[in-house]
Design a binder for this molecule. Structure first.
Ligand code: CP
Length: 314
């Protein structure tokens, strides 16, 4: 890979190689290691949208790889004086950046930036609008790989909640399909489902109890209020009653089912605290796996940059 913009279009082998590479960043005791794969490399983190997990785990990953890390403070940047995304990018590139990690509320922002940088600069998508969150998808895949007691081709996975506005849902569905998951379900009211979702090879359930029956992995999603013009829900308590992931509903799934959530969670809206903090939850393991996956993606992008430069000079 040279840029990492999405998981769509990547092969099963490529996704497996990201998982393999990420696994290599854990020692025998499961602790993250440090390497020098990005030594001498300058990485700039451009978060035009809020983030806790993605931004911090990217920075942790960059430091573990030995990179020089710069975080642009968007709130105090000249973006507020009307400077365009392209001008911001070109000016930062002139400061000898080798890689940009970008989160933006506009779908397609990372793809646009990849068309604007010089060939020796990599763009990593840290989430763009409703469109894609590829490193979240890969940390979810790594978590399933490490924690589930079956391979992908034997797993039944259910994604519950605001599928329509969720970039995580889109990227998870693409990654799970590419890795050959046996059964992929989405569970949501019609108002939170994109039209034509069935064409992505998922089974659609409006009834959460039917949708959870026998699944091995439950991925909860937040209602993306910031991407919805006006509130779609009658009330959060009504939503929790109909679609909340509760202990009694988890009992409908496989007894060893994993409980996952990309965060941030709205407890008592899409998930009960007893489930989020319960014995089947791997939500905080997802966060830790995010560091390894982001190390893998950035190291592979840098290697891809070097390989393409070598091809150009040969
Ligand atoms: N999962 C996720 O993207 O969380 P943040 O918005 O906190 O980065």
């Amino acid at each position: 890979i040279r840029h990492f913009l999405g998981v769509e279009g990547l092969s099963c082998r490529q996704l497996e190689s990201i998982i393999d590479k990420a696994m290599g960043y854990f020692d025998a005791k499961g602790r993250l290691i440090n390497t020098d794969e990005l030594a001498g490399c300058t990485v700039m983190n451009l978060f035009f949208e809020n983030s806790t997990r993605t931004r911090t785990t990217f920075e942790a990953a960059q430091k573990r790889l030995g990179a020089n890390v710069l975080n642009l403070d968007i709130a105090r940047s000249s973006t507020n004086k009307g400077e365009t995304l392209r001008d911001t990018l070109w000016n930062l590139q002139a400061m000898s950046a080798d890689m940009f990690v970008v989160r933006h509320s506009a779908s397609g922002a990372a793809h646009f930036m990849a068309t604007q940088v010089t060939p020796n600069v990599a763009i990593i998508n840290a989430g763009d609008g409703w469109h894609a969150h590829p490193t979240q998808a890969m940390l979810d895949m790594l978590t399933i790989y490490r924690e589930a007691n079956k391979p992908f081709h034997q797993l039944s996975v259910a994604i519950i909640g605001d599928i329509k506005h969720s970039r995580v849902a889109r990227s998870d569905i693409a990654a799970l399909q590419t890795l050959g998951v046996a059964d992929l379900r989405v569970i949501a009211p019609k108002t939170l489902l994109p039209k034509g979702i069935e064409r992505y090879g998922v089974r659609v359930f409006e009834d959460i109890d039917k949708g959870l029956a026998g699944v091995d992995v439950i991925i909860g999603l937040r209602i993306q209020n910031e991407r919805i013009g006006s509130p779609l829900l009658p009330s959060t308590s009504e939503y929790f009653k109909m679609y909340g992931i509760t202990e009694s509903r988890v009992r409908l799934a496989n007894p060893s089912a994993l409980i996952m959530h990309p965060g941030p969670m709205n407890r008592g809206v899409e998930i009960a605290s007893a489930v989020a903090d319960g014995p089947q939850s791997v939500i905080l393991k997802q966060v830790n796996n995010g560091i390894a996956v982001r190390m893998a993606v950035m190291a592979m992008a840098l290697a891809g940059q070097k390989a393409s430069r070598a091809n150009l000079t040969n």
